[in-house]
Ligand binder design. Structure first.
Ligand code: AMP
Ligand code: ZN
Length: 114
């Protein structure tokens, strides 16, 4: 598991407000939300970033996107709209080096992002 904070959350070694879980992926509320709804969807296995995604991760990625869809419907932002983001590397502000899909919603989001 090592020191990776999202691996520790995936192993339930540290708490998180988990809202959805499958054998491959986990979704929980961001600790520092940037919108009224801010959820992170992570693979349980450690993948450092988008740059480490391999063809063998296709089932996992499908699961993460289906989870995002389910959460959007459950949280009732499917009609109002929401944003999915993978930050990758320093210029995108990636702070945690474990792949995570941000789901942001319940407010109007500006474009282009800062
Ligand atoms: P990023 O900048 O794309 O790497 O996003 C990392 C996100 O992880 C930020 O939005 C943080 O607020 C969030 N975060 C960091 N630690 C935790 C934690 N222990 N539980 C929930 N969210 C976290
Ligand atoms: Zn990790």
């Amino acid at each position: 598991m090592g020191e990776c904070i999202f691996c520790r959350i995936a192993f339930k070694a540290i708490p998180a407000k988990i809202i959805s879980e499958t054998s491959l992926a986990l979704a929980f509320h961001d600790i520092n939300p940037q919108a009224p709804l801010h959820v992170l969807i992570i693979p349980k296995e450690h993948i450092g970033s988008v740059l480490e995604i391999k063809a063998q991760h296709s089932v996992l990625l499908k699961e993460m996107f289906l989870m995002a869809q389910d959460i959007a419907r459950q949280e009732k932002v499917d009609q109002s709209g929401f944003r999915l983001i993978f930050n990758c590397g320093p210029h995108a502000g990636q702070a945690v080096d474990h792949l995570h899909l941000h789901l942001l919603g319940r407010r109007k989001l500006s474009w282009p992002p800062g």
